[in-house]
Design a protein around this ligand. Structure first.
Ligand code: HSE
Length: 317
């Protein structure tokens, strides 16, 4: 007999997008923070969906503005699911700091909903629905954080002419230092951070960025952290965004002086992320990044982590 259940809980990791030159194309899941989303199916069919937010979190509780509910409402519409349901969101990923917070909620939500209602969505469908949530925070459907949060590890995504992604194993020695400044960012931070990016770029910058992006992909294929790090240098988006991050230059130079192989903005910022191939210098790199922010009177906390696994169901009953 087919097993039925009316509740499902899933979790999804934080992520970093871009990795320098891979704007909107590269995502890396981070085994650091996790969002958890529980969905309870009700027997009623009154078109009612309720959201409950744990941890006094400041994310929107309006259905059309919440990334998790936006994503699952689209699935319900597509699959003609009429049941009422409750969504409970427990935020673990810091909000608005460049660590894929909105993506983690929508990734966990689509995984839970898919399992609960036995929607049998393909990986591409899961990705496309999860990305619906990004419209509310970024103004556009960008896939780099959701693809990493859903599938874990390093992922390359393209949207044109069709949605496709490739997941590549991460090197065993890849260590990531994430320095999170204690800043309150505007609600539409990503949308704003996207508005400062130039519309036109010199062809030389495009060529350099493309070659760096290729180096990063080659580095993952060869499981070579040093090669990956050589490519983490962005001449287009990062120069335009760095003025949005107080202490950016100092954080970067401190991390490099302390042995980091590469440093870049995590997603749309303001967190900064450094790469190294050993745990030995990771703490020192983190402290030097904190000092870099402190030079601009910004408190911050550095974390050391590894790439994450995928979003997953943690319980159903
Ligand atoms: N690629 C997106 C951006 C990521 O940089 O705007 C946002 O987290």
């Amino acid at each position: 007999m087919k097993e039925t259940f009316d509740f499902c809980k899933a979790t999804a990791p934080s992520s970093t997008a871009n990795l320098g030159p891979g704007f909107d194309v590269f995502g890396l899941g981070l085994d650091l923070f996790y969002d958890t989303v529980s969905i309870r199916k009700l027997a009623t069919t009154n078109g009612k969906i309720r959201i409950r937010l744990d941890n006094n979190t400041s994310i929107p509780s309006i259905l059309e503005e919440n990334t998790a509910s936006l994503a699952v409402m689209k699935i319900a519409q597509k699959k003609k699911i009429k049941n009422d349901f409750d969504i409970r969101i427990t935020k673990g990923v810091p909000i608005g700091l460049g660590l894929g917070s909105s993506a983690a909620s929508s990734a966990a939500a689509v995984i839970a909903f898919n399992e609960l209602f036995q929607c049998k969505l393909t990986e591409n469908e899961l990705l496309d629905f999860a990305a619906e949530g990004e419209v509310s925070s970024a103004g556009v459907k960008h896939y780099d954080n959701v693809v990493a949060s859903l599938f874990g590890g390093f992922v390359v995504v393209r949207t044109f002419p069709s949605l496709e992604f490739i997941k590549i194993d991460t090197p065993k020695d890849l260590v990531i230092v994430v320095c999170v400044p204690n800043l309150i960012t505007p609600i539409k931070k990503t949308k704003y951070a996207r508005s400062v990016i130039p519309n036109r770029i010199p062809i030389e910058d495009h060529t350099r960025n493309l070659s760096n992006a290729c180096i990063i992909v080659s580095g993952f294929f060869h499981q070579d952290t040093k090669l990956i790090s050589k490519g983490i240098n962005d001449l287009i988006v990062e120069p335009a965004r760095k003025s949005l991050i107080p202490g950016y230059d100092k954080v970067k130079s401190n991390a490099i002086s302390s042995g980091a192989l590469a440093v870049t903005i995590s997603g749309a910022g303001p967190s900064m992320i450094a790469f190294t191939n050993t745990n030995k210098n990771a703490r020192k790199i983190g402290q030097s990044m904190e000092q870099g922010f402190a030079g601009s009177k910004i408190q911050s906390t550095a974390h050391v982590c590894r790439p994450s696994g995928p979003a997953r169901v943690i319980s159903n009953s």
